[in-house]
Design a binder for this molecule. Structure first.
Ligand code: AKG
Ligand code: FE2
Length: 501
């Protein structure tokens, strides 16, 4: 799932690439096989745990291998069969639960479309602001929330299989929810790793050149490393409510959801107020020494959101984004592990389309879909992404402006903070001053005035710092622009002097 703190609002680009075909050979040889036993023809393997309901949906390509030309997706939709799957789902998204339920009885096709789990998930998230108790599927969860006496144990499991239903969109959605991360997606680990370096080394080798680094061994003193696990957190704050997507829910209920979640974009707990809500959590960690300078602190309570506790099941994560307000960040894994893919600021990742003003970004529906359809292409790119698996006890430094995607490989708990140091102060001030600051700036209510407030507060707390940094930056720029000896050597054809070897 997309990290809620990103500067860039995501428009889900719902056009999907064609999904791989089911390995129909398997199906013919053994008609009793379930989806569980399938690999796709492209060799993707499905999670071992019981896959979610698929209602017999097959990718469109399979229609051409079928003995009959009949697609029950179309016959059951009547006149609206010409609409794309995305559009049909968008229209169904206007209906409430009762009408979705009724419509699902109209035809096999409507049955499949109306049972699309994300429709029910949206209904739950729209209507249950103060949380929900997950019941194995979103539809059951919705029904249980509205009819507590209704026995929902059968709602999700009835799951009729519809014959000859072909839809790329629905198949891909199911596949991405059930796909195992491929070994090839995880094996590249080309990030620079450092252990026990000095702050100066960090600043000179990584922060100044704006390069990622994975820091080992700097969480050894964190009480959180010893204490934080599910049982401890439930004991300390199981009833506290944390931000999960658009709602707030009890931590305990979130864990109950996370145990059962098998979906394309599992919900992610991403809470910027955790340390106010449960001060004990804030005391269980300290900022690693490399990131001690935190200039936004001059704004006191008016500073934008800057620290988050992040909890999510395997498969949850953050799709491609750049961190807010041109800040840099560190992300420390307390439990579990995370796969990171990072691209430098001048390289937009494949499949990602930022809007011209930078306020929005369109990207594949899910992280798994990105890996399936775009990851491979990065292998031939001149500027390879930086990749790693960050394990418990490790911290990654995410330099400002870098695109990054993160997926949890196991159930994970992490802390992340965004910060402004002298190295990126001018950057951040420039960003806050952009003409469309009202849409670009995030994590605060007063987006437009943040620049002036921040600049003034820095001038009060650190007089002369901004001028000094500007002078330094100008000097550096001039040095870079100054022609070197080699630039002054002219080509003989143009009348100047030329070496000949
Ligand atoms: O999902 C995550 O842990 C990554 C969060 C993130 O984007 C960050 O720390 O900058
Ligand atoms: Fe981020």
């Amino acid at each position: 799932m997309f990290g809620c703190r990103s500067l860039l609002k995501q428009i889900r680009k719902r056009k999907r690439r064609n999904p791989p075909k089911f390995n129909s050979k398997n199906r013919k040889q053994n008609p009793n096989l379930t989806e569980q036993d399938f690999t796709t023809e492209d060799g993707f393997s499905l999670k071992g745990s019981s896959p979610s309901q698929n209602y017999g949906v097959q990718p469109l390509g399979n229609l051409y291998f079928s003995s009959s030309p009949h697609n029950s997706r179309n016959t059951g939709l009547g006149n609206i069969q010409t609409l794309t799957d995305e559009l049909v789902l968008d229209i169904l998204g206007f209906l409430g639960g009762t009408h979705l339920g009724i419509l699902s009885t109209v035809s096999k096709s409507f049955y499949v479309f109306c049972n699309h789990e994300p429709l029910w998930r949206n209904l739950v998230l729209e209507d249950c602001d103060d949380g929900f108790l997950f019941k194995g599927s979103w539809k059951s969860t919705f029904v249980a929330a509205y009819n507590p006496v209704f026995d929902v144990s059968k709602v999700g499991s009835l799951g009729f299989k519809v014959k000859d239903f072909y839809s790329d969109y629905l198949f891909q959605s199911w596949l991405c929810a059930n796909l195992e991360m491929e070994h090839e997606w995880l094996e590249i680990d080309n990030i620079i790793r450092r252990k026990g370096i000095s702050v100066d080394e960090f600043v000179n080798d990584f922060e100044m050149p704006n390069k990622p680094v994975l820091l080992e061994g700097c969480l050894d003193n964190w009480p959180a490393m010893k204490k934080w696990d599910r049982d401890y957190l439930v004991k300390v704050c199981g009833d506290a409510r944390f931000a999960v997507g658009p709602i707030e829910m009890k931590l305990n209920d979130f864990f109950i959801y996370a145990d059962q979640a098998q979906e394309e974009r599992p919900l992610y707990l991403f809470d910027p107020k955790f340390a106010n809500k449960v001060p004990k959590l804030g005391q269980d960690y300290e900022v690693p020494v490399y990131f001690n300078e935190d200039l936004f602190s001059v704004l006191g309570n008016e500073r934008p959101d800057y620290r988050w506790i992040i909890i999510g099941p395997a498969g949850s994560g953050s799709s491609f984004h750049i961190d807010p307000n041109s800040t840099s960040a560190w992300n420390a894994v307390v439990k579990g592990s995370k796969k990171w893919v990072l691209f430098p600021p001048d390289v937009v990742p494949p499949g990602v389309y930022p809007s011209a003003d930078g306020a929005e970004v369109a990207c594949p529906v899910s992280i798994t879909e990105w890996f399936m359809n775009f990851y491979e292409s990065t292998k031939t790119w001149k500027k390879r992404p930086v990749e790693c698996v960050c394990k418990a006890g490790e911290v990654i430094f995410v330099p400002n402006g870098w695109w990054h995607l993160v997926i949890n490989l196991e159930d994970s708990i992490a802390i992340t903070q965004n910060f402004v140091s002298r190295r990126n102060l001018l950057n951040v001030l420039d960003f806050l001053k952009k003409p469309n600051a009202s849409t670009l700036v995030s994590g605060t209510r007063d987006r437009v005035n943040l620049h002036d407030k921040f600049k003034k507060a820095i001038e009060v707390s650190f007089p002369g710092t901004i001028d000094e940094l500007m002078k330094k930056a100008e000097k550096k720029k001039a040095e870079l622009e100054k022609p070197s000896f080699w630039d002054s050597v002219k080509d003989s054809n143009s009348g100047g002097f030329k070496f000949s070897f």
